[in-house]
Design a protein around this ligand. Structure first.
Ligand SMILES: [Zn+2]
Ligand SMILES: [Zn+2]
Length: 321
């Protein structure tokens, strides 16, 4: 981020092609994946790509065959921008694993922009009861956090450890708490510890502190491989650790006895299905999830990403057009 990798440029407003919507951006969340993309942790798929995949906007035109939304509708665009719909993963309901999937802000231009095109079939209707700013982080941080929570398979009334407590974790934690889990949070940031406490975490400590209780489930939101061994060691028998991020630094060697034996499980989380998105957005509305955001102007995207990297704000950063 220190080299200022983003550049403000003028491009013509795109034309919506077949099955596409032209969306005027109202707000766009700043996700950790954007940071991994602009810093090159994830290899770029195209040069000079516009990042941003937590897009809240208004449909201003529809392409041929785009029938789900009309001009004036408020829609969301998320990370998963398209799949082939025909491979064996798509056919069995695991479209998040489609080898031909494309992603907003990686394969196609994203929402750090005034306009973008979105596939009609992959645009999300948005729940009521939230401001545009609050909706933005629900679209990736929220959905992925929700998938990670489901992958962590918290048993009824179980204990859940959460490592890292930013945009994604603070939303997933509220669902876990509403479902009756006892949540223990591990994070280095004092502001994040405060947020975790205010949302009802049973305990809050530093990233490498020992867990106060054996954990049935755990989610690693911090992109730090060094946390995997202590998080596994904190699991009770049969417990599950889900790694929520798209990127993780290397995991140090594991010791079978200390970290995996007694049927502990280690899982990754890869993107999400449209079904996850629908489930999560419905649940977020029903549970009246509290979304903590920090606003930035559109032309402050560099600053927002630098602040994300340095843990300088609470919850999720959101750009306003
Ligand atoms: Zn597929
Ligand atoms: Zn994201």
């Amino acid at each position: 981020m220190s080299s200022g990798p983003l550049e403000l440029t003028e491009r013509p407003v795109p034309e919506p092609g077949p099955g596409q919507l032209l969306v005027k951006v109202i707000a766009c969340g700043v996700c950790r994946t954007d940071l991994h993309l602009v810093e090159g942790d994830l290899p770029p798929r195209h040069l000079r790509m516009t990042p941003g995949h937590e897009v809240v906007g208004q449909v201003v035109a529809t392409g041929p065959g785009a029938t789900r939304f009309r001009e004036g509708d408020r829609v969301g665009a998320a990370w998963l921008a398209g799949t082939d719909g025909t491979c064996r993963f798509c056919r069995r309901g695991d479209e998040n694993l489609c080898p031909d999937s494309v992603y907003t802000g990686w394969d196609i231009h994203g929402g750090y922009a005034e306009y973008l095109t979105v596939a009609d079939a992959f645009a999300h209707p948005l729940p009521g009861g939230f401001t545009d700013t609050e909706l933005a982080p629900l679209l990736c941080a929220g959905i992925i956090g929700y998938r990670a929570l489901r992958r962590a398979e918290v048993p009824p009334g179980g204990t859940l450890g959460i490592w890292g407590f930013g945009g994604s974790a603070h939303l997933a934690a509220q669902i876990a708490l509403a479902e009756g889990a006892e949540v223990h949070v591990f994070t280095r940031s004092p502001a994040d510890r405060e947020l975790a406490r205010s949302l009802g975490a049973a305990s809050v400590q530093n990233s490498f502190d020992p867990s106060p209780v054996p954990l049935d489930s755990a989610i690693l939101f911090a992109p730090v491989g060094n946390i995997v061994p202590p998080a596994l060691a904190a699991l009770d028998r049969g417990g599950t650790l889900a790694i929520a991020g798209i990127y993780l630094t290397d995991i140090p060697p594991l010791n079978y006895e200390q970290h995996l034996f007694q049927e502990r499980n280690l899982r990754s989380v890869t993107s999400n299905t449209r079904g996850d998105a629908q489930e999560f957005l419905t649940l977020a509305q029903r549970l009246r999830i509290k979304v903590t955001t920090t606003p930035y102007r559109f032309d402050q995207a560099d600053q927002a990403l630098a602040d994300l990297e340095a843990d300088r704000f609470n919850g999720a950063a959101v750009l306003h057009m």
